[in-house]
Design a protein around this ligand. Structure first.
Ligand SMILES: C[S@@+](CC[C@H](N)C(=O)[O-])C[C@H]1O[C@@H](n2cnc3c(N)ncnc32)[C@H](O)[C@@H]1O
Ligand code: SF4
Length: 380
């Protein structure tokens, strides 16, 4: 879950952002967006996701590894400490996955992998040698997870996670940290309370703990469990975002925002809140600074996390087309393209400057349900 807390708030946060110098610290790479799953709530491949509306030939496009490597080299030459998040679609379907990870490592970048966990089996030693975090999606106990991600997928994924943890143990390795992320959606929220017990039952020889955002490294564990709220918007707010982008940034947005649209969220939010509080109490974690899940799901205008986003000062998002964006889930405001532009052109270009200037004063209508508002400016 996400915290509301941060050392910087209100005016202090605004001042902080005003005086912020752009310094690239994070690359988030979607080198391919293909996926072997069709998770029902997924904003890319789910029931309302954008990928099914695109010609499949286009979606199968994958980033040229040589072009990507050259861009990574330019990033490395800045001398900044940069972390790389690899995601997708399913990242392990990128045909150059190993080469990409090895290249990032050779440039001293820490690699964080977001995966559905289905394709890890043949890559365990590689992951152990080269990655810092492997974040696997599991959306509840077996029957709930399988209803969202496909029959039999819970077993496959758990077998793979267990094999990874066992291999780590055998090699006496600390990395990668293995975490599990459950997205709380309409079809699985009832099962939140039984999720950690189900994982403890499945992974009897391992320590499973609730991820504590405020003290992430405090407790010894083999597997940490994170709960994420559904990222969503309403049709009205999404359309307001599209209008805002056109009017203020001359940007015609892609259909990506439509992948987040939920007409309604049929969740008993008070019951879910009680369940989460009970989980936090059982696991000995202070819930008070976490997002209020009832407010989150019942008022789309509420802002959580921080009131201002700092991602465009620290992060670049590279998509399969080579297009580069400042926003992680919205391939709309294009800063450049790595097939055509240098890092300097992208990072210091007129478009990047304009976007940062805009965000100094205004948030976008989609910002208030974006994960990056929960990134701490001091630790981004
Ligand atoms: C898009 S997936 C890509 C990585 C990989 N395929 C996976 O499933 O973990 C990244 C994360 O986004 C989550 N996700 C997808 N759609 C979402 C939504 N509408 N709201 C919140 N999280 C979502 C997935 O559950 C997953 O944890
Ligand atoms: S595995 Fe990930 S990318 Fe694929 S459909 Fe599911 S959430 Fe979306």
């Amino acid at each position: 879950m996400w915290t509301n807390a941060g050392a910087l708030k209100d005016d202090k946060l605004v001042d902080y952002v005003r005086n912020l110098n752009p310094q690239l610290r994070q690359l988030t790479i979607f080198p391919s967006e293909i996926c072997n799953y069709r998770c029902s709530f997924c904003h890319i491949w789910g029931d309302t996701g954008w990928a099914l509306k695109e010609p499949q030939r286009v979606i199968r496009e994958q980033l040229d590894i040589e072009v990507l490597k050259r861009f990574i080299d330019q990033v490395a030459q800045t001398g900044n400490k940069v972390g790389a998040i690899l995601t997708g679609g399913e990242i392990m379907l990128y045909r150059h996955f190993e080469e990409l990870v090895s290249h990032l490592r050779s440039r001293k970048m820490n690699v964080y992998v977001n995966t559905n966990g289905s394709l890890m089996k043949n890559r365990l030693p590689f992951l152990i040698e080269n990655t810092v975090v492997v974040n696997v999606s599991i959306d509840g106990p077996e029957e709930y997870h399988d209803a969202i991600r496909g029959k039999g997928s819970f077993r496959t994924i758990c077998d793979n996670i267990e094999a990874l943890m066992a291999e780590k143990k055998r090699r006496k390795k600390m990395f990668p940290f293995v975490s599990v992320n459950m997205v709380l959606s309409t079809s699985n929220y009832h099962s939140a309370r039984s999720f950690i017990p189900a994982l403890r039952e499945r992974f009897k020889d391992y320590t499973v703990v609730l991820h504590d955002t405020k003290n992430p490294w405090q407790r010894r564990r083999d597997l940490s469990v994170n709960f994420s709220p559904l990222l969503y918007t309403t049709p009205e707010r999404g359309q307001a975002y599209a209008d805002q982008m056109k009017e203020h940034l001359d940007c015609h947005v892609s259909p990506a925002w439509q992948g987040f649209v939920e007409e309604s969220i049929p969740i008993d939010t008070e019951a879910l809140k009680r369940d989460l509080q009970a989980i936090w109490a059982e696991e000995g974690v202070d819930y008070s600074e976490y997002v209020d899940i009832h407010d989150y799901y019942t008022d789309i205008d509420n802002v959580f996390g921080r009131s201002k986003c700092v991602a465009p000062w620290h992060e670049l998002i590279i998509r399969r087309t080579g297009d580069v964006y400042p926003c992680v889930d919205l391939p709309d405001y294009k800063l450049g393209n790595i097939y055509e532009n240098s890092l300097a052109e992208i990072w210091q270009g007129e478009r990047a400057v304009r976007f940062r200037d805009y965000l100094l004063n205004d948030n976008l209508m989609m910002c208030n349900r974006c994960t990056r508002l929960f990134a701490d400016p001091e630790t981004f």
